[in-house]
Design a protein around this ligand. Structure first.
Ligand SMILES: Nc1ncnc2c1ncn2[C@@H]1O[C@H](COP(=O)(O)OP(=O)(O)OP(=O)(O)O)[C@@H](O)[C@H]1O
Ligand SMILES: [Mg+2]
Length: 173
């Protein structure tokens, strides 16, 4: 369970983007956040993963106060796909890129291979495993980022505009 209590945040001190934002996400729930451009959807996700710090309020994960927990530590239970997925890719092939997360979690070589094969299959990009990520189409990059997040096997998965760059059929998938 993820609980957000009375969060307040602004990029500059005098302009709050959020004030008194409170919500709870229970295990097994799928939540969509909608709203016009610039209303703060990305900002709320950045607060949840710890990339921005609330000026007021608290956050809890299964009862533990994570308000001051750095993003690297939150990464153990929150996976995140950025709105611009290329910003999170730096390895020479899709397969090694997707392997990075489970490797850094200390999974064995055979486990990493099993996880990578599984998530590439599930995201429909098994045929791209040897491709160089910067050369991919936007929708394909998006899938690599989603596969990388799934490979972390984290309890919570946050996707910022996951269907951007996908056509109608791909969006449905
Ligand atoms: N780094 C930043 N510094 C200052 N202001 C910012 C910064 N990032 C975003 N903002 C402002 O904060 C507000 C919320 O932006 P945010 O990116 O969270 O919106 P969004 O709902 O994700 O928009 P979009 O639909 O375009 O992705 C906007 O007014 C934006 O201009
Ligand atoms: Mg956004």
């Amino acid at each position: 369970m993820l609980k957000v209590e009375n969060i307040r945040f602004g990029y500059v001190p005098s302009v709050d983007i959020f004030r008194d934002v409170t919500f709870t996400i229970e295990g097994g729930e799928y939540i969509a956040i909608g709203g016009r451009n610039g209303c703060g959807k990305t900002t709320i996700t950045r607060l949840l993963v710890g990339l921005e710090k609330a000026s007021d309020g608290r956050m809890y994960y299964n009862g533990t106060d994570i308000t001051s927990m750095p993003p690297s530590k939150r990464g153990q239970f929150i996976g995140y796909v950025f709105q611009q997925p290329d910003r999170q890719m730096f390895r020479p092939t899709v397969a090694t890129e997707v392997a990075f997360g489970p490797e850094s979690l200390g999974r064995s070589k055979s486990e990493v291979k099993r996880i990578v094969d599984d998530v590439l299959e599930r995201t429909g990009i098994a045929h791209l495993r040897e491709a160089y990520p910067p050369t991919l189409r936007r929708g394909e990059k998006q899938r690599v980022a989603i596969a990388s997040a799934l490979a972390m096997q984290s309890k919570i998965l946050i996707l910022d505009e996951p269907t951007s760059g996908q056509d109608g059929k791909e969006t449905k998938e």
